[in-house]
Design a protein around this ligand. Structure first.
Ligand code: ASP
Length: 431
């Protein structure tokens, strides 16, 4: 059996067993015990094994990628297109979400009683988020991209700062004599390969880890809340589905010049990983491996585009934020003019760029958007109960968007270099 079939099976069984336990034994002390002391640690160990590889893989893959791209002019062109594609796909997603939420108006159907009930139940979670504090979005955000200390940036998982250092380091390698640069690159390549070997070991545990992660959620999840918020959940999911089938598929076809069906078939492994971990960062190693081996993306391109994407490109998140802010505005009867809605779109895109690729990474930033347009930020409590499920789905789109960007940039680079188009693993197998 193929590994990602096993992982998918783990996902399905975890959801079934967890759902069954919740239905028949929900609230039983033994169930929380098993969830807290068996499933939770197994899931977390698996996640940590993946997280553990993020810093070395981001540093080595970006430095090698940039050194491989070589001259700064090419890097500038590819980098510009990468950022442009991120902005375009994220904006597209936000607009799809906004159109749906304005048409269906899921918030007007929520009764005041349900609203107050949810507010009361999740108020403390919302307070926790508020206390953690939304990072301020001022000029210091930009200054902080340049790390004072790259080791501290890595230690704090401050991804933008780490990426900045890695880019500069890779560029510097092209500026020193080749005989000095070559051994450094060889060492980085060796480290990169060792990290991939660690990931392969971790992924052997994935079927169990994924089972555990999903079990923890479904065994404790109150399905009733899905009913209370059904229209909202449907709008978010429908938007994500629409952006996947129409938006990303269109971008893959037009920008990547690749058959979208082939694209979606090839990225099964990162899709399952993203869905079960709710983290773009934890999925990054799998995304890089899949782009290279399944889609034929050149390693220097995958190594450059995907770490940037996991940090900055979040299509699903921007769609989710737009829908959620408008949904909550409807719930609270706050009228948002066209001008305010434009602000919601712009801020959804910006905060999606700023959000960390970890479970719930966008929530504190979304509270900032709510506050800006006059929707009470503590109202986030209303949707917290279903956030994990929506996080799983939006992260999947975030990751698919990143990989689509690597297909596009790889196509551009191959054309600039006069290389033949990428060959996917499926095409290679078919001869
Ligand atoms: N969990 C998302 C990700 O890792 C971020 C978010 O929307 O909360 O991509």
């Amino acid at each position: 059996m193929k590994l990602h079939t096993k992982i998918a099976l783990g996902l399905l069984l975890g959801a079934l067993v967890g759902g069954f336990c919740n239905r028949f034994f929900g609230g039983a002390p033994w169930l929380s015990f098993v969830s807290d002391n068996v499933a939770y640690p197994v899931g977390q160990v698996f996640l940590r094994l993946l997280f553990m590889t993020v810093v070395p893989i981001v540093f080595t893959s970006i430095a090698i990628g940039v050194a491989g791209i070589g001259d700064m002019k090419t890097l500038g062109r590819l980098g510009g297109r990468t950022i442009g594609y991120f902005a375009l796909s994220t904006l597209m997603a936000a607009l799809i979400g906004l159109t749906l939420v304005n048409t269906i108006k899921p918030g007007s159907g929520l009764t005041a009683a349900t609203r107050d009930d949810l507010m009361a139940r999740f108020a403390s979670n919302a307070e926790g988020l508020a206390a953690a504090g939304a990072p301020d979005f001022g000029i210091s955000t930009f200054v902080n991209i340049v790390p004072r200390n790259p080791v501290a940036a890595a230690a704090n998982m401050d991804m933008l700062a780490l990426i900045f250092f890695s880019l500069i380091f890779g560029a510097a390698l092209t500026m020193i004599p080749t005989e000095k640069a070559r051994p450094v690159i060889a060492v980085l390549e060796g480290i990169g390969e060792a990290v991939i070997a660690i990931i392969n070991m971790a992924m052997k545990l994935a079927p169990y880890g994924v089972f555990a992660l999903i079990f923890v959620i479904t065994s404790q999840f109150g399905w009733g809340i899905l009913q209370q918020l059904s229209m909202y959940v449907v709008v978010v999911m429908a938007g994500l589905l629409l952006h996947a089938t129409v938006g990303i598929s269109f971008l893959v076809k037009v920008f990547g010049k690749m058959n979208p069906l082939k694209f979606w078939k090839a990225i099964e492994a990162p899709v399952i990983t993203a869905f079960s971990t709710s983290s773009s960062m934890a999925t990054l190693p799998t995304s890089i491996a899949t782009a290279e081996t399944e889609l034929g993306v050149q390693p220097k391109i995958a190594g450059f585009v995907l770490p940037l994407g996991a940090t900055m490109n979040m299509n699903g998140t921007s769609l989710f934020e737009g829908v959620t802010v408008l949904f909550l505005a409807q719930v609270f009867g706050v009228h948002l003019s066209i001008g305010s809605q434009v602000i919601v779109v712009v801020l959804s895109v910006l905060t999606a760029i700023g959000a960390a690729g970890v479970p719930g990474g966008s929530l504190p930033l979304m509270m900032l958007v709510m506050a800006t347009v006059g929707v009470p930020p503590e109202g986030i409590a209303i949707v917290l109960g279903v956030d994990r499920i929506l996080d799983m789905t939006r992260t999947t789109l975030n990751v698919a968007g990143d990989i689509s960007a690597s297909v596009y940039i790889d196509r551009v680079d191959r054309e600039m270099e006069g290389l033949s188009p990428a060959v996917t693993a499926a095409e290679a197998a078919a001869g």
